[in-house]
Write a protein that binds this ligand. Structure first.
Ligand code: SF4
Ligand code: SF4
Length: 456
């Protein structure tokens, strides 16, 4: 009981009283970080296997033990205690340090992989085991990414274990990362020398239908043909249909790897999203510009290819594709999108840059059965929903008015509903037009008579 009291205490914003389980977890994490750091600077190259085991056991085992000590011993229910006093989660010194480390890692990954040589060697034993060859920077990145989604996904499920929607959604997103984005590509690469990611499609996988990529993929015979057809069906048939029925949450919160990392590893930073009207305006301009850019670029490249280079010229086409790849694929999605989690929140890429999110957002806003319904009369204006909306939506504004929420950016994570103490918000699918715009309550908080007549 004293553990519960000390953990919930608001009187002491900086408690140093970790329980025994947390201390054990932190000690193991320290061993994991130390092994990683030593290997990174090139120490212990000949004992890579031992360093790798120490790193993995320390980070995964230590992390899970620490989170169990943090959440497992408390009663189920939302725990965001002291989040605004936390240096790492509220843009304090630790938050900035983490942001700089993550950004530095992404810059090295994309542009200076030689600085990751020590780290790459650390993963050689695992790479040899599963792929039969030495590691490279993308294997390191994919493996780290998957570990982060798994460990932080389990932590997320401990934290939200009272909420069925969150448990199922998080199981789904970790499954897709582990199986479709990590295991399957490795198996296919071993078998066919080509390991496609079946959970990424155009326009998120921006070069999937560039002429150069198509001819490369089609060289893989029947598998290549399958991948091209699969991608086209997912982009142009399945995505509109699924978004019509379920909103963009089917992908952004249940399948996508970027969303998977944001929802799990990024969960401690979700309250950092900018809720201002200015940010909303920037969001709409930016995300739709990226979508327009990739559509125009893809069409131009395809037309140019059909006209055997007479439209753009080979050099112009290549340099346009390189510009998109550098600005959007590397800088925006990687360096800013993930590196800036502790500064901009966990969904900066999904909110401001992802062309797939923009595409589904248009469908969700104008032609979908998904909406968040609000029971305005129950709202006590606490603001929890707005605070923890990772997409910067001022959910409370809608709740206070009893209006349904139909916003292009909503990824259907359901956290606004999970943190609401009054059960005001519900993620629903229903008839396309019924109540999509909600009903404005009168000054007494009641449904106006005219609206009742409309409902009848
Ligand atoms: S409105 Fe709710 S469900 Fe939508 S993104 Fe924000 S918190 Fe998630
Ligand atoms: S969390 Fe619930 S009660 Fe609080 S402002 Fe939002 S809708 Fe209203």
């Amino acid at each position: 009981m004293s553990e519960i009291n000390s953990s919930l205490s608001l009187a002491n914003p900086h408690p140093a009283n970790y329980n025994g389980t947390q201390k054990l977890g932190l000690a193991l994490i320290a061993i994991g970080v130390l092994s990683l750091a030593l290997a990174w600077v090139g120490i212990g190259k000949d004992q890579a296997l031992y360093f790798f085991i120490a790193m993995l056991a320390g980070l995964m085992g230590g992390g899970l033990i620490y989170f169990y000590g943090t959440y497992g011993k408390l009663p189920a229910g939302i725990k965001n205690n002291r989040v605004f006093f936390s240096s790492i989660a509220s843009r304090g010194a630790l938050g900035w340090m983490l942001g700089i480390i993550l950004t530095g890692f992404y810059i090295s990954l994309y542009f200076f992989p030689k600085y990751l040589n020590g780290l790459i060697s650390l993963f050689d034993p695992l790479s040899q085991l599963v792929r039969g060859k030495d590691s490279d920077q993308w294997f390191v990145y994919g493996t780290f990414y998957t570990i982060a989604v798994l460990v932080m996904g389990i932590k997320f499920m401990m934290k939200y274990r009272h909420n069925r929607y969150q448990l199922i959604r998080t199981s789904s997103v970790t499954f897709f990362q582990l199986i479709l984005a990590w295991t399957l590509p490795i198996i296919m690469e071993n078998l066919y020398n080509y390991g496609p990611y079946l959970s990424y499609f155009w326009p998120l996988d921006y070069d999937a239908i560039f002429p150069g990529s198509l001819s490369y993929v089609l060289k893989s015979g029947k598998l290549g043909q399958f991948v091209v057809v699969w991608g086209l069906i997912m982009t142009f048939v399945a995505t509109p249909i699924l978004t019509y029925f379920f909103g963009k949450r089917w992908y952004c919160s249940w399948v996508c790897g970027c969303g998977g990392l944001a929802e799990t590893a990024g969960d401690p930073f979700r309250h950092l999203s900018d809720k201002s009207l200015r940010a909303w305006k920037i969001e709409r301009w930016l995300i739709h510009s990226v979508l327009a850019f990739i559509i125009i670029l893809t069409v131009l490249l395809l037309v140019d290819n059909a006209a055997t280079g007479k439209v753009l010229g080979d050099a112009a086409g290549k340099s346009l594709a390189k510009t998109y790849s550098f600005l959007i694929g590397s800088i925006f999605a990687g360096v800013i999108g993930t590196g800036f989690y502790p500064i901009l929140g966990n969904r900066a890429w999904c909110r401001f840059g992802c062309p797939m999110a923009a595409y589904m957002g248009i469908i969700q806003r104008f032609k979908s059965r998904f909406r968040i319904t609000t029971n305005g009369a129950q709202c006590i204006s606490c603001g929890n929903c707005s605070t923890y909306c990772e997409m910067g939506i001022d959910v409370r504004w809608y709740a206070q008015r009893g209006q349904n929420i139909v916003r292009a950016s909503c990824v259907g994570c359901g956290i606004c509903s999970a943190v609401c103490p009054r059960g005001v918000l519900k993620l629903e699918t229903g008839p396309e037009n019924a109540q999509r715009t909600g009903i404005q309550l009168d000054s007494h908080g009641l449904i106006p008579l005219e609206a009742v007549k409309i409902l009848d």
